[in-house]
Design a binder for this molecule. Sequence first.
Ligand SMILES: [Zn+2]
Length: 99
Amino acid sequence: MKLVGQIRLPTDPILQQAAIQTGLLGPETVGLTLGHSIFITQGNLTPRVLSHECRHVYQYELGGSIAAFLPVYLQQIASVCYYDAPLEQDARANERDTA
Ligand SMILES: [Zn+2]
């Protein structure tokens, strides 16, 4: 797990617009998980955020690899937006408020 100053948007304008429109990345984004790598913005490391991102690690493991998981995840985000994506609903359902 790495604390970062901010989670940067892609520099490509089309990807940047897609990331913002789907709700994947925005000013309020506090965490991002890529495989076993969890990035959380400084000041936002809480049990809830960490447990949410750890659930994404679990989802990546079920998927088998980043290459297998990401297209499924991004397809969900693109079709129903970030909040309603089933993998996000699953991550939220497994958040914990205490360590
Ligand atoms: Zn999430």
